[in-house]
Design a protein around this ligand. Structure first.
Ligand code: ACM
Ligand code: ZN
Length: 755
């Protein structure tokens, strides 16, 4: 995982950070996603007790949108704003008109919105466009529009503007994994509200996985009586579970439909199916028995395609799931399916022989093709993760490209539709910042990277590019145990993605987007959405310094305040306020936090400044490559690389991502006699040796675990050695010390030397 080290060789290096975003005037209008075109006018429209929401035409959808808008305006303003058909409002002043028009060049989802001092008018050719026009109108209203109760003392004015708008892509998706952790119906509705506010239109509901089956299937009751419950997780030791009844699913689907969001259900097959196999082990190759999954990762036990019963079961499940979801697409997963059981299964091998299938990839392809024809009978289109390309893609399948973009390119080039969802830009379970973040699955996906995404690969022809339906953000929930955390991980990155999939490519501008985000924070706050507050820029990680220096922090939110401490305690909103660069003259722990104007606070980000004397300090490292599940005997191995660094951390050493080991060797100067506690935290395994004997054993392939031990030490130099290995996935190493006059902190680099 993520620790940043800056080598500050000179003072100017710190001063490079520019500050383009503070102290600028708040823009009058801050719409996300940015509309296709927008012209500001003079003056404003005032909502008042004479305002009426009028609607034209007989569309029930538009009538509902008008009523919902009137109700929302009424409850936020405290005014009684009615909705009425346009023939009843002729001659009225102060109208908010929702007008259906033929054509207009908006497409089904576009709209024109004009605000003058006399009226607000939204024109669209149907419900979806009208709905999006209303979302924009809401963002033009004062932020208090987001409150569920009336606010007094607000001037309910809407700036004069003319907007023409339509989306760039037809698939503007967000996914939610309810298999790893279950989120009840009301949370899912909240998620749908969030998507709708930012004009996303597909909700990919990942309903089944190894750790839970979440949808009631009447013909197979054990799927939910057994498959929806697990004994524990890797995060805690408590039972967890839940599922949606079919009535609840219908309710959520209807709710989403009113917000022009299509739900794409996902029933995972042939892999990630352990919860189903726990309920019906006869559908596996071995016959089980199985427990619902309790560990994250990939399970070897998967549906057996040699067994006709598997296809009968899946057809029955599809028969029940299809009528719940009116959309066209049905997601069958298809990702991460190990083939080891199939290779050793008599029935699977017979199936392969009978159908001339050369290998297990082709057996998976056979599987997906059979499912595609079942779905086709229901008029549904199959979509699956990019592994469905392996062994031959089903004839009409759509591909969701997640392992990078190559699967998407291959599919588009062969005439298949694709949805782009690469881990590099679309995995919202990844870390949002390099420091100060709550535990996440790994990876690193800050909001600017999401914003920079371009869904159409540059090597597609214009014709091939038409197969790119759009893009989608994914929220896998292995490390997201509750819905507040879903909001934390997803909200601001959804907003960035919304602009990727809605706004014209040429109009994207990250600084401008972050400016507009500033007004959105207040809105999100009023909605009690647990979004991630940006942290002060320039903070976090370790700074190894050869000279006195200064800490330069940048405030990412105009109107926000940076609070900090230098005594190791956590800052509160009443801590020192940062106003100018802070002189750093020696070792210092700087803890910083951003406070928004409404009092919301960001995470606390710690920066450890470490003074070193390059003529005296240093740590020798040996770097090894290899795959281990326990620490190897590094003294008996030849390192791939050796060198000198100034502290014991992963980020200071050049290395590959997975399958490596590190040995750090140095002398530790103990300043005064006393009791010292050593802390060793790592993912995966590590050991710490003091004066040639093992003091801490944190060995084995595991997630972040910290161990500690206390020793009485005499002042002077002590030999210190730390060994570490990384298998795969997340990685981290932290070695801390606590002793007389030394609060717990990463071992100061000034105490480390080679001799
Ligand atoms: C995936 O992330 N396994 C699709
Ligand atoms: Zn089998």
């Amino acid at each position: 995982m993520l620790v940043r080290i800056l080598f500050l060789l000179s003072l100017p290096a710190l001063l490079i950070a520019s500050n383009t975003m503070t102290n600028e005037k708040k823009p009058a209008v801050s719409i996300i996603p940015k509309p296709l075109s927008m012209k500001m006018g003079e003056g404003s429209f005032q909502l008042s007790k004479s305002t009426v929401v009028s609607y034209s035409g007989t569309s029930l959808e538009v009538q509902r949108i008008a009523r919902d808008l009137a109700a929302r305006l009424s409850s936020a303003t405290g005014l009684q704003i009615p909705a009425a058909p346009s023939n009843e409002t002729k001659g009225s002043k102060n109208l908010v008109q929702l007008k259906l028009v033929d054509g207009g060049g908006f497409g089904l989802e576009g709209y024109r919105l004009s605000v003058t001092p006399d009226e607000v008018k939204i024109e669209a050719s149907g419900g979806a466009g009208m709905f999006y026009g209303v979302q924009t109108l809401v963002q033009l209203c004062p932020p208090e529009i987001e409150k569920s109760r009336a606010t007094s003392g607000v001037s309910w004015s809407i700036p004069c503007v003319r907007i023409e708008d339509k989306p760039r892509f037809s698939w503007r998706g967000m996914h939610l994994d309810v298999g790893r952790h279950f989120f009840a119906k009301d949370s899912v509705k909240r998620y749908i509200d969030l998507l709708a506010s930012y004009k996303m239109n597909v909700f990919h509901w990942h309903l089944t996985d190894d750790q839970g089956w979440r949808v009631e299937i009447k013909k197979y009751p054990r799927l939910t009586s057994v498959g929806a419950w697990r004994r524990e997780t890797m995060m805690d030791c408590t039972p967890h579970g839940g599922f949606y009844t079919q009535d609840e699913i219908r309710e959520v689907v209807a709710y989403a439909r009113e917000k022009f969001i299509t739900i794409v259900p996902e029933i995972e097959m042939p892999g990630h199916s352990l919860a189903a196999l726990a309920a019906y082990p006869e559908l596996s190759c071995s016959g089980g028995p199985f427990k619902v999954g309790t560990e994250w990762g990939v399970e070897n036990d998967v549906f057996c395609p040699g067994n006709e019963k598997t296809f009968q079961f899946l057809e029955d499940v599809i028969d029940e799931v299809v009528p719940l979801f009116p959309g066209t697409f049905f997601h069958v997963g298809g990702d991460e399916c190990p083939k080891v059981r199939w290779s050793n299964c008599k029935r699977c091998q017979e199936r392969m022989a009978a159908n001339g299938l050369k290998n297990e990839q082709e057996l998976q392809s056979y599987f997906v093709k059979r499912i595609e024809s079942i779905l086709a009978k229901h008029g549904k289109r199959l979509i699956g993760w990019d592994e469905i390309l392996e062994g031959g893609i089903a004839p009409r399948a759509t591909v969701m490209s997640w392992r990078g973009i190559d699967g998407g390119i291959e599919a588009a080039k062969s005439g298949h539709d694709v949805v782009m969802s690469p881990t590099s830009h679309c995995y919202f379970d990844y870390y949002q910042a390099a420091a100060g973040e709550p535990k996440a699955i790994g990876g690193f996906l800050p909001i600017d990277t999401v914003y920079s995404y371009e869904p159409v690969p540059s090597n597609l022809t214009a014709e091939e590019a038409k197969h790119v339906l759009g893009a989608q953000g994914n929220v896998w929930t292995e490390w997201i145990p509750n819905f507040r955390q879903v909001e934390y991980m997803a909200t601001t990155r959804i907003m960035a993605l919304s602009e990727v999939v809605w706004s014209p490519k040429a109009s994207r501008d990250f600084n401008d987007f972050m400016q507009r985000m500033t007004s959105q924070y207040k809105r999100l706050g009023y909605r009690d959405i647990n979004f991630r507050v940006p942290t002060p820029q320039g903070a976090g990680g370790r700074v190894i310094m050869f000279h006195d220096t200064v800490a330069v922090l940048t405030n990412p939110v105009p109107g926000g305040t940076i609070c900090y401490t230098t005594n190791g305690t956590d800052p509160t909103a009443s801590a020192s306020v940062y106003s100018k660069p802070l002189p750093i003259n020696g070792d210092l722990t700087l803890k910083t936090m951003l406070v928004l104007p409404d009092g919301r606070t960001s995470n606390i980000v710690t920066t450890n400044f470490m003074r070193v004397d390059p003529t005296r300090n240093g740590v020798k490292f040996n770097y090894f490559e290899g795959e281990w599940a326990m620490l190897p005997d590094m003294n008996a191995m030849k390192p791939a690389k050796s060198g000198t660094v100034f502290d014991i951390s992963l980020s200071s050493v050049p290395k590959r991502w997975d399958n490596y080991g590190l040995q750090f060797l140095c002398m530790l100067t103990i300043p005064v006699d006393g009791d010292y506690t050593f802390f060793l935290a790592s993912d995966d395994g590590s050991k710490l040796y003091l004066d040639r004997s093992e003091l801490l054993n944190n060995d084995g392939a595991h997630g972040m675990v910290e161990v500690s031990a206390k020793r009485s030490l005499t002042s002077g130099k002590h030999k210190l050695e730390v060994r570490y290995f990384q298998l795969s996935g997340a990685q981290d190493l932290s070695v801390s010390l606590e002793g007389p006059g030394l609060p717990k902190q990463p071992i100061p680099a000034r105490l480390l030397s080679i001799n």
